[in-house]
Design a binder for this molecule. Structure first.
Ligand code: KG4
Length: 340
């Protein structure tokens, strides 16, 4: 029987990524990250779109070659339609449409947030990792989102809590910037935190009702604390960098875990997953493993390669839509904002 081979394209922010999935098995996943933003301390949307334009052909070419597939063998093209930066999304969307038209194959739109969650179902030829069973709770934490999602099946997801201001990744990145660390600051804080004392300093934790999050108060508390300390000792950051990172990371993790734990208890759900760029954080991974052990919950943590933006997760989400015959019109425009 003819195999279902899907090429997936991800270009929602500053990573250009392409992946190939064949009958639900991931054959390749290629990503080009953009260094151009480092000197600006954050993603510059116009530069991101231009870099996507430069990267998209070599990235797709490499994904097809690594999978051992040619474009005329493809059954469909999946692409991230949103949410994300509009200019970045336009590059991936336009390319996907061009390929789909040229080969006369269907186009599949993928919601970027759903894709992060569906990364838990990725299977490669040499691994068959266990996936969460439904319903499960997923803590979705990235540079733009912090949500607790109730996942009912591969297609039905409900946000039960979310940030009312900054995302967890934003808190990492903005506080890292205050300390003079490069962008994106999350991985730097993660690395430095390993050498520091998580109880050295205390920062503000929000008191928000329900399962919602807030991180803007923490960022302000961190900023004011450093401003005061620097008045006394201009070398304060340099002298306490590891302790600052460890204490900040612990505060962010405590905030995230508190609401997740509450939601799991209230809903009686014992399958817990984490997804998104911040799920690469070692402190968060350990805290979740610990939480699972204490409450006898099964915790699912994605492999590092599928935490930050990648097309493998888009391929997985696209495959499920293909199975349902859910295709999208050729005039579908990308969207910057959307819910799950
Ligand atoms: O999911 P993602 O790649 O992009 C979107 O926002 O969609 O997430 C990027 C975020 C950034 O804020 C980055 O600092 C954070 O994930 N991040 C981390 C780590 N690795 C990436 N934050 C903390 N610790 C890490 N190891």
């Amino acid at each position: 029987m003819k195999k279902t081979i899907i090429l997936a394209i991800e270009s929602s922010c500053d990573d250009t990524s392409a992946a190939v999935i064949s009958d639900g098995i991931l054959l390749s996943n290629t990503t080009a990250s953009q260094k151009v933003h480092e000197e600006f301390g954050g993603v510059v949307p116009e530069l991101a779109s231009r870099a996507h334009q430069l990267n998209i052909i070599p990235v797709i070419d490499a994904a097809l070659k690594r999978a051992g597939v040619t474009s005329d063998q493809l059954s469909a093209i999946a692409f991230t339609r949103g949410p994300g930066l509009l200019g970045s999304l336009l590059v991936g969307t336009s390319f996907a449409k061009g390929l789909a038209l040229a080969h006369n194959i269907p186009l599949i739109e993928v919601n970027h947030l759903q894709a992060h969650i569906l990364a838990h179902f990725i299977q490669t030829p040499d691994t068959s990792s266990e996936s969460p069973s439904f319903p499960f709770l997923c803590l979705l934490v990235s540079g733009g989102n912090s949500q607790i999602v109730l996942v009912k099946d591969h297609y039905t997801m409900e946000i039960i809590g979310q940030t009312i201001d900054d995302a967890a990744g934003e808190a990492f990145d903005k506080c890292a910037k205050i300390m003079g660390l490069p962008y994106p600051g999350g991985p730097w804080i993660d690395r430095l935190a390993k050498e520091g004392n998580p109880d050295a300093f205390t920062f503000a934790k929000p008191n928000i009702p329900g399962y919602n999050y807030s991180f803007s108060g923490l960022k302000t508390s961190f900023l004011y604390f450093l401003r005061d300390q620097l008045k006394e000792n201009p070398n304060f950051i340099e002298e306490h960098k590891a302790d600052l990172c460890a204490s900040l990371q612990k505060t962010i993790i405590d905030i995230l875990i508190l609401k997740l734990k509450r939601a799991a208890k209230d809903l009686g759900i014992s399958q817990i997953a984490v997804a998104g760029g911040v799920s690469a954080n070692n402190g968060l991974r350990n805290a979740l493993i610990d939480l699972g052990k204490r409450h006898h919950w099964q915790v699912f943590i994605p492999p590092f390669a599928f935490t930050t933006d990648n097309a493998a997760m888009v391929a997985q989400a696209g495959y499920y839509r293909y199975l349902k015959g859910e295709f999208c019109p050729i005039d579908a425009a990308p969207y910057a904002k959307t819910k799950i």
